[in-house]
Write a protein that binds this ligand. Structure first.
Ligand code: PRP
Ligand code: URA
Length: 209
């Protein structure tokens, strides 16, 4: 069963409060999502392997650590996942970015796939799938299934807010995938929205409502 990591860092929690608030406008919402994604990526990459290297400082030669060169990839689920990408790229500029386009049918709540473009060497990469919202889990489960069909072997899922239902769906469908979130909320409402949540992440990021 995949583990669930809930990041309780004060900066993440503080920024998430402002992300949730109705009176937070599009510009600030977008900036905060990017910042929280960066802070979460810092925590979610703690297990990256290091190797020794010998360097020359202006004072002496010394042995220090560098990343062992593991190839990384970020896969946002369009559209709202895009809002998390730049924050993560600030920390890991060499990561390749794949895209999976899915939207949730408002009636059936089922994910509808409309676009996929992923790095060709997917099987060699440690991948972080990103989407601000994990509600029913249908979109994340479908995105991870697409990635595995294309050869992905090592996948993490990073979301700002999850509902318990979404966590369970991902754990059932993809028990090898660890989930990283800033908050686990109470439940889904009758329209499949996370409660209390933050509303529609895509609309709030891009001002489409
Ligand atoms: C939202 C969100 C997730 C999905 C979560 O996207 O960004 O992708 O819903 O719901 P689920 O866990 O029940 O599948 P939406 O379908 O609104 O598309 P958008 O990002 O294009 O706005
Ligand atoms: N998608 C969103 O953007 N928000 C929710 O609460 C659920 C799905």
């Amino acid at each position: 069963m995949g583990k669930v990591y809930v990041f309780d860092h004060p900066l993440i929690q503080h920024k998430l409060t402002y992300i949730r608030r109705t009176d937070t406008g599009t510009k600030q919402f977008r900036e905060l999502v990017e910042e929280v994604a960066m802070l979460m990526a810092y925590e979610a990459t703690r297990d990256l392997p290091l190797e020794d290297t010998t360097i020359q400082t202006p004072v002496a030669s010394t042995q220090t650590k560098i990343l062992a060169g593991k190839k990384l990839g970020i896969v946002p689920i369009l559209r709202a996942g895009l809002g998390m990408v730049d924050g993560i790229l600030n920390l890991i500029p060499s990561a390749k970015v794949g895209h999976i386009g899915l939207y949730r049918d408002p009636e059936t709540l089922q994910p509808v796939e409309y676009y996929t473009k992923l790095p060709t060497d997917l099987e060699e990469r440690d991948l972080i799938t990103v989407d601000p919202m994990l509600a029913t889990g249908g979109s994340a489960v479908a995105a991870i299934t697409v990635m595995k069909q294309r050869g992905a072997k090592n996948i993490k899922l990073m979301c700002l807010i999850a509902a318990p239902e979404g966590i369970e769906a991902v754990q059932q469908a993809h028990p090898d995938v660890d989930i990283y979130v800033a908050a686990v909320d109470e439940c889904l409402n009758d329209h499949g929205y996370i409660t209390p949540g933050l509303g529609d992440a895509g609309d709030r990021l891009y001002g489409t409502k």
